[in-house]
Design a protein around this ligand. Structure first.
Ligand code: PLP
Length: 402
């Protein structure tokens, strides 16, 4: 199964906006002997013996992440982005407190207060969304906040192609006395390179996953400049909601953070944006509608709201040709969440493979060809062969290593 997955990853074009290819060094750390070690607690304050090297590796991950984002405190133990967000709420809220986050159907994440999620069950959650132009209207968010008076405002998204104005969110949070919580899971790699506004001067607490644009192992992190919040977060993670940290994953986080601190990271982040921009330009030129009319970051949202096929149809047609994306709800959605009227396409993984504007222009045109004649299976077979050849020219892994 692992070999089959390797084959899939190296013969398809990976364009899911939340995925990436980690380096072999990150995977080696993840598969290392640290997987055997219990290290409940924090560096130099553990409940188990034999933690001297676990202490060093966790401290290294903390130091590196603080250096990347210019922040004072970090917790690198969350097993995932959702765990990180759960810990923020557990640290700063009581059950039933009000939270205000971006609506799931407008690009927010489940953990920002969606009703089927713990964040919508344990807390009294309210939402803001995007306008029909696909953008957040900050004045509208301010109005909602003034009515709801939430204890926490969550900003950050899973499917939003435009820059998030953390400064404006801070003004809104201050106007109602709310804590500002920024979830930068999708854009963290861009923030790290100065390619997206940083939330650290504005947000009281910031979380991220480590496996999306940060290109590390699957996991989460929590960061803050506030010592009191940092202490509460540490207790919320352990003993609050987790037991032993995954030291092997923390070692892999340290490796990934080391890669981010290298000068090449800036080039990578710039290229992610240039590639997404190229994709947006080609798709618009070929007559497709993009939510918000373009992109400022690593993803584009294509809308088929005025077309006779759905996001699910588009997802399947692209999958048939070896392009992996995901269907996505769009503003003004008329179809069910299982069908949708859009797809989300991201550039981070193929940028890791070394693809640039030329390849994204080619891929964008192939996507347009497929979607312009969505039931043409003969065309899909022909394009699949061309795209497989392209994917194999840019593989990042070799069979001998894995
Ligand atoms: N926050 C945002 C904005 C996300 O997009 C995601 C994942 O898609 C998460 C949190 C949750 O991360 P995980 O899947 O690691 O729990």
């Amino acid at each position: 199964m692992i070999e089959n997955e390797l084959e899939r990853q190296t013969t398809h074009l990976e364009m899911i906006a939340s995925e990436n290819f980690t380096s072999p060094a990150v995977m080696q750390a993840m598969g290392s002997v640290f997987t055997n070690k219990y290290a409940e607690g924090y560096p130099y304050k553990r409940y188990y013996s034999g933690c001297e090297f676990a202490d060093q590796v966790e401290q290294l991950a903390i130091d590196r992440v603080c250096k990347i984002f210019g922040c004072s405190f970090a917790n690198v133990q969350p097993h995932s982005g959702s765990q990180a967000n759960g810990a923020v709420y557990a640290a700063l809220l009581q059950a039933g407190d009000k939270i205000l986050g971006m609506d799931l159907s407008h690009g927010g994440h489940l953990t920002h207060g969606a009703k089927p999620n713990f964040s919508g069950k344990n807390y009294n959650s309210f939402t803001y969304g995007v306008e029909l132009d696909g953008r957040i209207n900050y004045d509208r968010v301010a109005d909602i906040a003034s009515i709801v008076k939430p204890k926490i405002i969550v900003c950050g998204a899973s499917a939003y192609a435009r820059e998030i104005d953390f400064k404006r969110f801070k003004e809104i949070a201050d106007s109602v006395g709310a804590i500002l919580f920024a979830d930068i899971a999708h854009i963290a790699g861009l923030v790290a390179a100065g390619e997206h506004m940083s939330p650290f001067s504005y947000a009281d607490v910031v979380t991220s996953t480590t496996h999306k644009t940060l290109r590390g192992p699957r996991g989460g992190i929590i960061m803050t400049n506030n010592e009191d919040i940092a202490k509460k977060i540490n207790s919320a993670i352990f003993p609050g909601i987790q037991g032993g940290p995954l030291i092997n994953v923390i070692a892999a986080k340290a490796v990934a953070f080391g890669e981010i601190l290298k000068p090449q990271w800036k080039e990578y982040a710039k290229q992610i944006k240039a590639n997404a921009e190229t994709l947006a330009r080609v798709l618009i030129a070929r007559g497709f509608e993009l939510v918000s009319g373009g992109t400022d970051n690593h993803l584009v949202l294509l809308s088929f709201i005025n077309k006779d096929f759905s996001g699910k149809d588009a997802d399947r047609a692209l999958e048939n040709t070896g392009i992996t994306v995901n269907k996505n709800i769009v503003p003004g959605e008329t179809r069910s969440p299982f069908i949708t009227s859009g797809i989300r396409i991201g550039s981070p993984a193929l940028t890791t493979c070394g693809m640039k504007e030329k390849e994204f222009e080619f891929i964008g045109n192939k996507i347009a060809d497929i979607l312009s004649d969505i039931n043409n299976t003969q065309l899909q077979i022909q394009i699949k062969a061309e795209l497989k050849e392209l994917a194999q020219k840019f593989v990042v892994y070799s069979k001998s290593t894995y």
